[in-house]
Design a binder for this molecule. Structure first.
Ligand SMILES: Cc1cc2nc3c(=O)[nH]c(=O)nc-3n(C[C@H](O)[C@H](O)[C@H](O)COP(=O)(O)OP(=O)(O)OC[C@H]3O[C@@H](n4cnc5c(N)ncnc54)[C@H](O)[C@@H]3O)c2cc1C
Ligand SMILES: NC(=O)c1ccc[n+]([C@@H]2O[C@H](COP(=O)([O-])OP(=O)(O)OC[C@H]3O[C@@H](n4cnc5c(N)ncnc54)[C@H](O)[C@@H]3O)[C@@H](O)[C@H]2O)c1
Length: 613
């Protein structure tokens, strides 16, 4: 059903909400998301939306997910985000046809990433340069026009890449609506006063369609910092001042995020214009549920909608079978200041094993744990539409234009020496904990093993420690050292042989190349918890796990970053040849040393003459 019709049918009696999801990176994450959506559906959203990877990069998974949620037994009004630039010629028509065939009637028409300057050899559809072109196109084809309800994006804090004034931006928004859009969904924001001012300005320009504000409850400090930067979101001083002191405690951050979202929504709703809210869920469920409970908007619907749970087909993978708990805070949303959030666990499905419970329960608690659980729907999330960062920006001038391996070594070294602040693999400065192993990282990188991820060993440090601490303050945290780097095939062979000969069971590794070869010494389903913490009143929490599935998923992304970087250069250019060669020939290697009681164990093991040190 069309969202515009559903909004009208409600008659404005009760506020509505929609939930946004992105297609997960792994098969198990995908299957578990479907189960998660079915649970969230019991909260009676008016629609759910599925994001679209820039340039169609998630086409199949986005279509599949949207098709599932639209059809029986879920039967949720589904909206597909669709970007129109950097899309291969003909793809828009194919997608619109498939969307229509699946019975989906709502499209969020977006521009997507601006075309990359130097890519003229990649054929992309010349008909589309702005979102308005997609709106016009859909409205120009009678069978699409009658079938689809169209939403467009609005930017209360301004568009991050736009040089235009607010007035000019709103004129462009009006043009999209005049071209046939039925509603506006806004970019996420946190400054309610600014939003309400913007809405009045939008209305004053004669835009009358529903405006649905994008709400993203703060989930973790790192995601919040990353996304507000990416989206150009203004962070009110009050929010910054209140959130920063909590940033090491994921639970307090989440509690704060829930309360802040509740306050935002109450204030916006009381202003009278806004009827509904669009939740950017990041594929997590607890915070959105808590916000709606806190608003007391869910009471009436819960009775009606339990039917969905009963209708859902049995869950989906062996690992996910029965591992899901619906975790509801026993004292909804109001514990932020005490720091004592207690959770009551309500089984939603079959009986389950204890270890599995710990996994699923922490999916929301540590959604962006560095190497989060690959079974989590939120695994590997980088931004709300699943890009790698590489697709959103032009090549960073800091990375120079590498023409040789030595140039790349220099780039990775410059990053470690803080001469540059990013690499294609690290979008911000090194974490303070990495500074404690800086000489070791430099030694590896200088050797041509370009490090991209690492952590030092930690044997029980206070969870309140400024550098290593996380979680509730009264606890102890532990880490095993690991390092992850790109090296050539000869070195990968040498590392493998060396670990087999000298590792004595203390050293685990995974290695993979861009051609699809994979090697490692961890048993198929072996899971290395490399960061864990012990806190009062809870099971041991494992925030970071290194395992085969997540490594393989990450290595796909890692090699696609090389390829994506290469694609910025002309085919015959030395940069293109170098980066293509690296993407083909180098290996991504991840090495963990299990002796966390010896802080030097990993490094003394690696810095051996047999490995060329
Ligand atoms: C709710 C929401 C969901 C999103 N979902 C996704 C997603 O799933 N996948 C994804 O890749 N991205 C997504 N995005 C990001 C979006 O694709 C980017 O923000 C993109 O840069 C702009 O898209 P747009 O549709 O607003 O573009 P447009 O409406 O085309 O506007 C882009 C810029 O161009 C300007 N402009 C418009 N018309 C003209 C003109 N004729 N001449 C000159 N300038 C003009 C506008 O003022 C604006 O500054 C989403 C954004 C929002 C707010
Ligand atoms: N299973 C896996 O192996 C797997 C899965 C997903 C992600 N990853 C890794 O995680 C990273 C992305 O995850 P994230 O956003 O949580 O990472 P992050 O930015 O939190 O980095 C993880 C750690 O690596 C350190 N680091 C960053 N850049 C480094 C560099 N150039 N050399 C050495 N150390 C560096 C950081 O300081 C931090 O301590 C990827 O770069 C990848 O290394 C690995």
């Amino acid at each position: 059903m069309k969202l515009s019709e559903k909004i009208n049918a409600r008659g404005g009696s009760r506020p509505f909400y929609t939930f946004e999801f992105f297609p997960p990176r792994t098969n198990q994450g995908f299957e578990n998301l479907v189960a998660r959506i079915s649970r969230l559906a019991t909260l009676d959203p008016l629609a759910i939306s599925v994001t679209w990877g820039a340039g169609g990069s998630t086409k199949d998974r986005s279509l599949e997910l949207a098709g599932i949620t639209q059809s029986h037994p879920y039967s949720l009004a589904t909206m597909l985000h669709l970007t129109c630039t950097n899309m291969q010629e003909g793809l828009i028509d194919d997608v619109l046809e498939s969307v229509k065939d699946r019975g989906i009637q709502n499209i969020l028409a977006l521009r997507g990433d601006p075309p990359r300057g130097k890519e003229e050899w990649i054929p992309s559809d010349p008909r589309f340069t702005h979102a308005i072109d997609l709106v016009r196109y859909i409205r120009s084809v009678p069978e699409y026009s009658s079938h689809f309800c169209i939403g467009v994006a609005g930017y209360p804090d301004g568009h991050p890449d736009s040089p235009l004034s607010e007035d000019a931006e709103i004129d462009n928004l009006k043009a999209k609506v005049d071209a046939g859009a039925d509603f506006i969904i806004t970019q996420l924001f946190y400054d309610v006063d600014q939003f309400l001012r913007w809405v009045k300005k939008v209305r004053a320009k004669g835009i009358t369609v529903p405006i649905i504000p994008g709400i993203m409850p703060v989930q973790t400090y790192a995601t919040f910092a990353r996304l507000t930067k990416l989206c150009g979101t203004k962070v009110p001083k009050k929010l910054e001042d209140e959130l920063t002191p909590l940033k090491h405690d994921d639970r307090l951050v989440k509690d704060y995020g829930v309360n802040y979202a509740i306050e935002m929504i109450r204030k916006i709703h009381s202003d009278g214009d806004i009827q509904g809210f669009h939740f950017c869920t990041l594929n997590l469920e607890k915070s959105v549920q808590r916000v709606l409970e806190g608003l007391q908007w869910t009471g009436a619907v819960n009775e009606v909608s339990n039917k969905l749970i009963a209708d859902i087909p049995a869950p989906l993978t062996e690992n996910s079978q029965g591992t899901e708990f619906l975790i509801t805070p026993s004292s909804a949303a109001n514990n932020a200041t005490s720091g004592l959030v207690s959770f009551s666990k309500t089984k939603t499905k079959n009986e389950m094993g204890k270890g599995e419970v710990n996994d699923a329960a922490s999916w929301d608690d540590f959604p962006n744990g560095r190497f989060g659980d690959f079974k989590s729907p939120a695994f590997g999330n980088q931004d709300p539409w699943g890009g790698s960062g590489m697709t959103r920006t032009d090549i960073h001038p800091q990375w120079a234009n590498p023409k040789s391996s030595e140039d790349l070594t220099r780039m990775f070294m410059s990053y470690l020496e803080s001469k540059i602040t990013t690499t294609p693999f690290s979008d911000g400065a090194l974490c303070p904990e990495s500074v404690t192993i800086l000489p070791q990282l430099k030694k590896l990188t200088q050797r041509g093993w370009w490090t991209v991820g690492s952590q030092p060993a930690v044997d029980g440090i206070s969870s309140a420690d400024e550098t290593f601490g996380w979680g509730p303050r009264s606890g102890w945290v532990f880490q095993k050292a690991f390092v992850e780097f790109f090296c050539d095939g000869k070195d990968a062979d040498a590392i493998e042989a060396y670990i087999a000969e000298k590792g004595q069971g203390w050293v685990h590794y995974f290695m993979a190349n861009g051609k699809g070869d994979f090697r490692g010494n961890v048993a198929g389903d072996g899971r290395n918890a490399v960061t864990w913490g012990i806190f009062p009143g809870s099971e041991i929490l494992q925030s970071t796990i290194i395992e085969r599935e997540s490594f393989i998923t990450w290595k796909e992304e890692a090699f696609s970053i090389w390829k994506s970087w290469a694609s910025f250069y002309r085919p015959a250019s030395p940069e293109r040849q170098l980066l293509d060669e690296v993407a083909k020939e180098r290996w991504l290697v991840s090495i963990i040393h299990h002796d966390y009681k010896n802080a030097d164990a990993l490094w003394t093991f690696l810095f051996d003459s047999e490995l060329g040190f």
